[in-house]
Design a protein around this ligand. Structure first.
Ligand code: TMP
Ligand code: ASP
Length: 234
C-alpha cells in the first residue's frame, strides 16, 4: 500500500490517502499538545508508543464485536484504517471525576460514577470544544437520534471492555474520549485510543500514567507510556 496524498494533519496524527480504495494510513507523530495547542512539545518516541497501544486496544475491540476503523499496524508509527466521514463530536466517558469536569462543577477529583457518565463535546478548536447536551447534538444536526443512541451504546460497551481488560493489568480507566465516523452509512469508531486520549491511573498507587503527566508537568512521561504499553501487551 502506498501513501498518495496527505489528507489531514492534526496535532498528534497525520492521515494519508492511499492507493487502496477506502483505506487510509494513520501516522502517529511525537507532538504533544495541551490546552488546545497552547502547550506544545515534541516528545521523542510518543508516536511509536501510541501506535502500539492504540493497535492493541482496537484489536481487542474488533474481537469483541465493536466496529472500528482499525485494519492493521504496518510500521512503528503507522496503522491502516478505513476511511470514515467523521462526526464533529467528541464522546467522553467518565468512571471517575477528573480534569475539566472537576473544574467545571467544583467536585472532588476521584469521585466514582456508577453508572458511568457520557458527555459530548463539539469538535471545534476555535470554540474550545464546548460541551453539548444530547439535544444540542441533534438540534444542531451534528448527527441523527439513531446514530447518537448507537454512539452512546458503543461508548459504554468500549468502557466496559477496556475497564475489565485494564483492571486485570492493574490500571484504573478514569475517563477517555472517542470519535466516531460513518462508512457506507454505518457508524464506526475512529481516531485513536491511547494515553493521549484516556486517563489511566495505577490501581494500587494511583500514579498517573497518561497525558496528564505532560499537562501538569509531572515528568516521567515516556516512562509512563512505556509502562502502559508493557501492561497492555502482557
Ligand atoms: P477532560 O477532563 O479534559 O474533559 O478530558 C476528558 C478525557 O478526554 C480525558 O481522558 C482526555 C481526553 N481528551 C482528549 O482526548 N482530547 C482533548 O482535546 C481533551 C480536552 C480531552
Ligand atoms: N488535545 C488537546 C490539545 O491539543 C487538549 C488536551 O488533550 O488536553 O490542546
Amino acid at each position: 500500500m502506498k501513501k498518495t496524498k496527505r489528507l489531514y494533519e492534526g496535532k498528534a496524527k497525520i492521515l494519508w490517502e492511499t492507493d487502496s480504495p477506502g483505506r487510509m494510513i494513520q501516522e502517529f507523530k511525537d507532538d504533544a499538545t495541551a490546552f488546545n495547542g497552547v502547550k506544545h512539545e515534541i516528545i521523542s518516541g510518543k508516536g511509536v508508543l501510541n501506535n502500539q497501544i492504540s493497535s492493541h486496544f482496537f484489536t481487542l475491540l474488533n474481537e469483541a464485536g465493536v466496529t472500528t476503523h482499525f485494519v492493521e499496524k504496518i510500521s512503528e508509527r503507522e496503522m491502516v484504517v478505513d476511511r470514515l466521514e467523521m462526526l464533529p463530536i467528541e464522546v467522553v466517558v467518565r468512571n471517575v471525576a477528573a480534569g475539566s469536569m472537576v473544574k467545571r462543577l467544583g467536585i472532588e477529583a476521584g469521585r466514582r460514577f456508577d453508572p458511568p457518565i457520557v458527555e459530548y463535546y463539539l469538535k471545534d478548536d476555535d470554540l474550545n470544544d464546548p460541551i453539548l447536551s444530547e439535544e444540542h447534538v441533534t438540534a444542531l444536526g451534528l448527527t441523527t437520534h439513531e446514530f447518537l443512541a448507537e454512539m452512546k451504546t458503543a461508548a459504554l460497551k468500549v468502557n466496559s471492555i477496556l475497564t475489565g481488560f485494564l483492571e486485570e493489568r492493574g490500571i484504573r480507566l478514569v475517563d477517555f474520549k472517542l470519535e466516531f465516523g460513518l462508512k457506507d452509512g454505518r457508524l464506526v469508531l475512529g481516531d485513536e485510543i491511547s494515553p493521549d486520549t484516556c486517563r489511566f491511573h495505577d490501581a494500587t498507587s494511583g500514579r498517573i500514567m497518561d497525558k496528564d503527566r505532560f499537562r501538569q508537568d509531572l515528568g516521567g512521561f515516556i516512562e509512563a507510556y512505556n509502562e502502559v504499553l508493557d501492561r497492555v501487551s502482557s
